[in-house]
Design a protein around this ligand. Structure first.
Ligand SMILES: [Fe+2]
Ligand SMILES: [Fe+2]
Length: 192
């Protein structure tokens, strides 16, 4: 049982938020390093971007909108504006990841100003994610816990506990969990 007095969806949301924080922490470490610091190369940064694209972008955000936000909107209109903003941020986040990928490529190709550009983008993305997470944890989840019914939670818990593609029978979330921990093992200072 977590701090919210619930298990399942809220625990999964909190865990996924921690993992995204650790992933952005890994990227920050990459761009803040000094020239001579021992550090894994571009492949780790690309793996972090891959992880973020595959998990928070393709699984976490859509589930929040499709299940959690939809059920909250059905029960109350008190945070409609907040939910609208968060949905916009989900869309913005994808564009930010693309910008990061382009900046990383320019850096790999040896462009002079590319590391500075990448650094600015990573710092912005990390604080963007931290702010997004804070709104969900401090505003959305408390409202959800107050207004949603047991029936709502049954649906939301099932959605967050389910695999993305049941047709293939591939436990994708588990694979991405493994990938995430492999990346963190390469960057030992950053932990989930
Ligand atoms: Fe979100
Ligand atoms: Fe979230």
């Amino acid at each position: 049982m977590n701090a919210w007095g619930r298990t399942d969806a809220t625990s999964i949301i909190l865990k996924e938020h921690q993992q995204l924080t650790a992933a952005t922490g890994g990227m920050l470490q990459f761009v803040r390093r000094e020239k001579n610091d021992a550090m894994p190369g571009f492949v780790v940064f690309r793996s972090l971007l891959y992880y973020i694209r595959e998990y928070p972008e393709r699984i976490h955000h859509p589930k929040e909108e499709q299940y959690l936000f939809t059920r909250i909107r059905a029960r109350t209109d008190e945070i409609d504006n907040v939910l609208d903003d968060l949905a916009l941020q989900h869309a913005e986040s994808e564009a930010k990841i693309e910008d990061l990928e382009h900046a990383l490529t320019r850096y790999e190709l040896g462009e002079d100003t590319a590391l500075q550009d990448l650094r600015v983008l990573v710092e912005c993305y990390a604080s963007f994610c931290a702010n997004h997470r804070r709104i969900e944890e401090e505003i959305v989840l408390p409202v959800a816990l107050r207004v949603l019914t047991a029936e709502d939670w049954t649906e939301i818990d099932a959605a967050f506990g389910a695999n993305r593609d049941p047709f293939e029978g591939i436990p994708l979330e588990e694979d991405l969990d493994k990938l995430f921990h492999m990346i963190l093992n390469i960057i030992p200072q950053v932990g989930p």
